[in-house]
Design a protein around this ligand. Structure first.
Ligand SMILES: [Zn+2]
Length: 251
């Protein structure tokens, strides 16, 4: 996707594979873009090792999904799917995007996860977030030194293993849940979308017909925790501070 040369953006959502961010935080993203906030999605890999689809198909799907969610820019760091490693190259790439976009909030995969790439993506972002603030680590954008940058607003979304963890923040996505579903269905190579998905490809956890029902059930479960129809849970690395208790009313 062609970017708009955005800086000072409101949030970066990092994912190991195209579709991770939509599945876990698509509603929260749509809530922000509807408020006029600037959101960037950064995928570490192209998902080329996925059982279904291909890197090319997943790129088209991910661009469509970003458009549905109102995301202005989505970039892919093209690191190796299945073998994502928290090495200097990966951390440098993450530092580059954090300094480039200077996000107020950074959202990443959880620490403990079923897919090793998800855990690794967490470690890369944790490391890059700290190092992006160190003046002696030099990175350049089109020949110009990037300014050091760090934010303390670092959150993780929930994937498979984190559902027995108590979330720190639950976001009401009742108004955007169906938009999130639409974005997820853009990935018809991964998700079962009748009439669009290829029925001859091997079945995966995500392509099972009941997968979207399970996703909806989770959103309903977390919604029930805060008295709304659908919600998404998040963990915060540091305590979340508010200027006034009145902000928890959420008006
Ligand atoms: Zn993934």
């Amino acid at each position: 996707m062609v970017g708009e040369n955005l800086t000072n953006i409101d949030a970066i959502f990092f994912g190991a594979h195209p579709d991770d961010v939509e599945l876990s935080a698509g509603g929260a993203i749509a809530n922000m873009t509807k408020e006029g906030k600037k959101v960037v999605i950064v995928d570490f890999t192209q998902g080329e090792l996925g059982t279904r689809g291909s890197a090319k198909i997943r790129k088209m799907e991910s661009e469509k999904a970003a458009e549905i969610l109102g995301v202005k820019e989505r970039i892919n760091l093209s690191l190796p799917d299945g073998f994502l490693t928290a090495n200097d190259k990966a951390i440098d790439k993450a530092i580059f995007v954090i300094r480039k976009y200077q996000p107020k909030i950074v959202v990443m995969p959880p620490e403990k996860e079923r897919h090793p790439d998800h855990e690794t993506a967490n470690r890369i972002v944790r490391s890059a977030m700290f190092k992006a603030g160190l003046t002696k680590i030099i990175t350049k954008d089109r020949g110009k030194h990037q300014e050091p940058y760090r934010t303390r607003k670092l959150l993780s979304y929930m994937q498979h293993y984190s559902f027995h963890t108590k979330p720190d923040i639950i976001i009401d996505i009742s108004d955007t849940f169906y938009l999130k579903l639409e974005a997820i269905k853009a990935y018809s190579s991964q998700i079962n979308v009748p009439g669009k998905s290829n029925p001859d490809e091997p079945q995966t956890l995500l392509s099972r017909p009941e997968f979207l029902e399970e996703l909806e059930a989770k959103a309903i479960y977390f919604g029930s925790q805060i008295g709304c129809r659908f919600a998404e849970p998040f963990m915060s690395v540091e305590p979340v501070g508010l200027k006034s208790l009145s902000l928890i009313v959420g008006e």
